[in-house]
Design a protein around this ligand. Structure first.
Ligand SMILES: Cc1cc2nc3c(=O)[nH]c(=O)nc-3n(C[C@H](O)[C@H](O)[C@H](O)COP(=O)(O)OP(=O)(O)OC[C@H]3O[C@@H](n4cnc5c(N)ncnc54)[C@H](O)[C@@H]3O)c2cc1C
Length: 1006
């Protein structure tokens, strides 16, 4: 078996290698450095890390090289302000102060006795008593943390690797390049000596980049390390020191920790010249780390004298620095990669290579160690082929560790800022110095300065709003929306969906190239601060190479359209959002290799059975008028397409939609092989969690029927599809615009469906000020549904048949058309006899004549009586953006969204709806009717729209829906429910009032 290659023998790489070896996986570990570090670097192993490492190194071991953390002292200009005591581990004997003079100054008897003890030893650093149970490896009663320098941690791990597993770190060896094999089965790595000589190749099963903040693995991947560099200058010095009462003689320490270092105690103090901290270097006696946010106060390279000056002038410490062991300066970065997995899961990042942040809290190494332990056991199983769906197990590394990294970045940043800002004196120092930008500004994930926020904390309108043509000018959203905007929801826990289930968080539906031009732009858009927490899942409209219908004429499902991006980018999005991908059950593009092969070889083609021959359905030569009347069609013509094969013969094929969408027969051997392979691709390459089955109802072609949703075939096919995707934990979402009863039936069979009735019922409720049809629908609608107000298609008319009062729909149609909206028609064949009886056919004579022409064009595939009839068209969908459909009124729009979010099911928001977009009449004129609601937003325009109050309120509403625990419960609507109320029953009730202009949303935790 190829080994796992770990790049980097810092604490994270060593931990990963040790856990892999521990699990029996073959492992190689290399490091560019010729020797292990001797620098102290990280100083604390927190309890969680002691536990994490316990299977490798008994926690008691750390007492031989470290000291338990016992306290933190917070001072102001060196004068103690507060002390935080950490309970000592049981059995641990409190050791004497390091500074006898300071101890003598302290009033308490116990401290006096400590001072006496200190006097007994030259420097007071007698060995700590190690609790017995920790020495023998028990993980009980561990200290909160152990002060151990990083070099000693690395030393312990190197020894362990060598002595227990026979693994030596291959030093002076750098990773120079790598490539993932085409079949994604391994990674070919190029290693060189660090000076670039002696190149060698190594085939690794997996490559784990633990190569620190400047990670070569990350750079070779070309992965962005998104985040910011804080504009603060920090100085660091490790020193040997002596305690000397002559230093700072003017100050009598009022507490031992004011005067000198106490065993196991961290000392933090803002001073006139910046925040400073003192940390004992583990068990290294008489050594201290001084860390200092000097900014402009120490302009040159730091020297020991600068630090001595700091201690002598701005603190009460009686410390004389005697030797500088390490002097350095640094700036704090807060960065994280979006994905810890790359190269189809073969290349993984851990530790500082994946996340870096403020040292406040001492969490960097600790987080990395825990990354390594989390990753290693999974990798050992996957590398040994023992995990059935390897990538799924590895995916949990991202799912579990990425949020921890993000949280640590946030918390350590807060801790840093809190320490720097809490003290009024520090604020004064900061404000009066010229470095205010460093503390006062914040940057977004892309590193853009967002310090222009106004002082009241509200984001201003973008300055260039006037130039932003699609940003509708609007009133600020009324005050009464504020309760939506989170106050009541704050502090409530975010609820998660199980990995196998469908996310119960708001879903965003979008084309990959609708906001910006590709997946990379879409990712950048979604990373904006405004969107954080708003969506839990992402529906990507077709991302595959396609020859028409905006992606719905797919050539293959094995690739992402290169103009949109690649699978890696899809995976990255999949790490952030539960992905819903498209599968068109009924058809593929004539540009597909399978169809091209069929054109070339005709019946001899391997794929011949995949396409639906007209003659197989109509052996008599074609349907009669009666039969044609029954067939459910999507165009004003019979569903037939005549193709010319390479041998010159003409072959009529079934063709439901456009000529770029050739019907396939998934019941045939090759049709099913294609279907199965494509579905697997979406599960494996696309990492879909939900697959949306488009146009599946049209696959059941049987003479004498509607050829739509025929039983039992359609149910059998759905079951077969389900069996393919189920092992991947993927669920199916059936897309069908039909009588609502069909969706209820599908949901009863365990499939997810869309609530396509809601858009028109909502418009009806708001326009006619009556909630009854809506309430009735909510009482009977499926619960396993994705609710919609808008989609890339229009608002379905069939979907509300029988739900809205008959007169209401034409009235809604009139108002939509008046505003510039459009109607998309569906078509059905009318035989001659009915044609004559149908007055509307006379009225629409031109329509009938035109469709008669289309009958003539395919007359050779029909029985002669068909030619006497015509195709008639009736409204199928209304096309308009939902914001425009509501008169571009933010209040109405937000009310509609609020109701949508509160109705049974999981809410979906279409990208145009997210940005409250208006009708794009120009695009519609140039393209198709549905383009009215398919506006392309540049990234700038989208960013501008995000500042609009209506969009911000909608995003807050999304977050409220995602976070409030009520929505994990059951929604309660029945005929007795008052029409203006919905109740979500979980921990509380959430109510909304429909008809009043003001519609408070009341939420409570009870
Ligand atoms: C001053 C300071 C104080 C800190 N204090 C704390 C603390 O108290 N607590 C805490 O948890 N964290 C602390 N940290 C952070 C901690 O040091 C890091 O988080 C930790 O070192 C990260 O470990 P790592 O193994 O990911 O990376 P590193 O320790 O950076 O190790 C990376 C290794 O990869 C090797 N390498 C790089 N490129 C290549 C290549 N191309 N080929 C082969 N090898 C390569 C390097 O030589 C290096 O040995 C501190 C850091 C500093 C600088």
């Amino acid at each position: 078996m190829d080994p796992v290659l770990v790049v980097g023998a810092g604490p994270v790489g060593l931990t990963a290698a040790a856990f892999l070896a521990h699990a029996g996986a073959p492992v190689r570990i290399i490091d560019a450095n010729a020797a292990p570090t001797t620098l102290s670097k990280a100083l604390v192993l927190w309890r969680r890390s002691l536990l994490t490492l316990a299977p490798l190194i008994p926690p008691g071991y750390w007492h031989s090289v470290g000291e338990p953390v016992l306290a933190a002292c917070f001072a102001d200009n060196g004068e103690l302000a507060a002390q935080l005591q950490v309970p000592a581990p049981p059995g641990y004997t409190q050791q004497p102060h390091l500074n006898a003079a300071a101890a003598a100054a302290a009033p308490s008897a116990s401290e006096a006795s400590d001072a006496g003890d200190a006097a007994a030893g030259k420097d007071g650093q007698a060995a700590a008593a190690v609790p017995e149970q920790q020495q023998c490896g028990s993980v009980h009663a561990l200290p909160a943390g152990m002060l151990v320098v990083q070099a000693d941690i690395e030393g312990a791990l190197v020894t362990l690797l060598r002595d227990s597993y026979g693994i030596e770190v291959q030093r002076n060896t750098s990773l120079a390049a790598f490539s993932v094999a085409e079949d994604s089965s391994s990674v070919l790595c190029t290693l060189t000596d660090t000076d670039g000589s002696n190149q060698q190749q190594l085939r690794a099963s997996y490559l784990v980049g633990c190569d620190g903040g400047r990670s070569a693995v990350r750079k070779l991947l070309g992965v962005q390390f998104a985040g910011t560099t804080l504009d603060q200058r920090w100085l660091l010095g490790d020193f040997r020191y002596e305690v000397d009462a002559a230093v700072n003689a003017a100050h009598t320490p009022q507490h031992p920790c004011e005067g000198s270092l106490q065993r196991g105690t961290l000392f933090i103090s803002p001073t006139d010249v910046g925040l400073m901290g003192l940390i004992p270097l583990g068990k290294r006696q008489g050594q201290v780390r001084v860390i200092w946010n000097a900014d402009a106060h120490c302009p040159g390279e730091p020297t020991m004298q600068d630090f001595q000056q700091l201690l002598s002038t701005h603190t009460r410490q009686q410390m004389r620095l005697t030797e500088a062991l390490w002097l350095s300066e640094f700036k704090i970065n807060e960065r994280q990669v979006q994905s810890y997995l790359h190269g189809n899961g073969r290349v993984l990042l851990a530790g500082d290579a994946a996340h870096i942040h403020s040292p406040a809290g001492g969490l960097g190494m600790n987080t990395g160690l825990q990354d390594a332990a989390n990753l290693a056991w999974k990798l050992s199983l996957v590398a040994a082929g023992e995990a059935a769906a390897g990538w799924q197990l590895l995916d949990t590394y991202q799912e579990e560790r990425h949020p921890v990294g993000a949280h640590v970045i946030r918390m350590s940043g807060l801790l840093l800022r809190a320490n720097a800002l809490r003290n009024p004196f520090v604020r004064f120092v900061r404000n009066s110095s010229n470095s205010s930008s460093s503390n006062g500004s914040s940057s977004n994930a892309n590193g853009h300065d967002s310090s222009s926020s106004t002082t009241n904390g509200k984001k201003p309108y973008p300055k260039d709003e006037q130039e932003c043509s699609k940003c509708v000018k609007e009133q600020r959203v009324d005050e009464n929306l504020k309760p939506i905007c989170g106050r009541d929801a704050e502090g409530l826990p975010q609820h998660h969906t199980s990995r196998r289930g469908v996310s119960n968080q708001v879903q965003l539906s979008t084309y990959a190239d609708a906001i910006g031009d590709n997946l990379s732009d879409l990712t950048a858009f979604l990373q904006q601060d405004e969107l954080q927490g708003a969506f839990g899942s992402l529906h990507l409209l077709p991302i595959y190479p396609s020859t028409g219908d905006r992606g719905f004429a797919p050539v293959t499902y094995q690739e992402v359209d290169p103009q949109m991006g690649n699978w890696d980018q899809v995976h990255s999005l999949g790490h952030e959002y539960q992905l819903c991908l498209e599968y068109m059950v009924n058809h593929i593009s004539p540009g597909s290799p399978q169809f091209q092969d069929y054109l070339q070889h005709g019946e001899a083609s391997r794929y011949a059975s995949m396409f639906v021959k007209w003659r197989d359905i109509w052996p008599e030569g074609g349907p009669s008028a009666d039969e044609l009347e029954k067939v459910r069609t999507r165009k004003p013509a019979p569903p037939v397409l005549s193709v010319t094969l390479a041998d010159g013969s003409c072959m009529p094929l079934w063709n439901t939609f456009s000529d770029q969408q050739v019907d396939i027969n998934p019941f045939s051997e090759e049709g099913w092989a294609f279907t199965e392979a494509s579905l697997r691709s979406l599960c494996e390459k696309g990492r879909a969690r939900l697959i949306r089955l488009d146009a599946f109802g049209y696959v059941t072609k049987k003479a004498g029927t509607s050829c739509f949703m025929q039983s039992p075939e359609v149910w059998q096919l759905l079951e077969r599809i389900k069996a393919v995707v189920k092992p991947y934990g993927v669920q199916l979402l059936c897309e069908v615009h039909e009588d609502f009863k069909l969706n209820i039936e599908l949901a009863r069979h365990g499939y997810w469906v869309y609530d396509f009735a809601l858009p028109l019922l909502m418009l009806h409720a708001l326009k006619f000020k009556t909630a009854e049809p809506l309430r009735h629908w909510l009482s009977i609608c499926p619960r396993r549904q994705i609710t919609t107000l808008d989609t890339h298609d229009g608002m379905g008319v069939d979907d509300v048949a029988g739900l809205a009062p008959l007169a209401a729909v034409p009235e809604l149609e009139r108002s939509i058309v008046c505003r510039g909206g459009s109607i998309n028609y569906k078509h059905f064949y009318v035989p001659a006899a009915q044609f004559e009886a149908d007055a509307s056919c006379d009225d629409g004579g031109e329509q009938c004549r035109r469709s008669s022409d289309t009958l003539q064009q395919v007359s050779q595939f029909l029985q002669p009586d068909c030619l006497q009839g015509c195709y008639k068209s009736v409204p199928h969908q209304y096309n308009e953006t939902y914001f425009s459909a509501l008169g571009e009124d933010p209040q109405q729009y937000l009310l509609a969204r609020a109701i949508q979010f509160f109705t049974p099911g999981v809410p979906m928001v279409y990208y145009v709806g997210l940005l409250a977009g208006v009708d794009d009449i120009e695009l519609m004129k140039r393209g198709s009717i549905r383009d009215i609601n398919r506006h392309h937003f540049s990234l700038e325009e989208a960013a501008c729209c995000l500042q609009r109050p209506v969009v911000q309120a909608l995003l807050e509403l999304c977050r409220f829906r995602n976070r409030h625990p009520a929505f994990t419960g059951r929604v309660f609507v029945d005929d007795a429910t008052p029409p203006h109320e919905l109740h979500w029953l979980a921990y509380q009730h959430v109510k909304r009032r429909l008809l009043a202009r003001a519609y408070p949303i009341c939420a409570s935790k009870q």
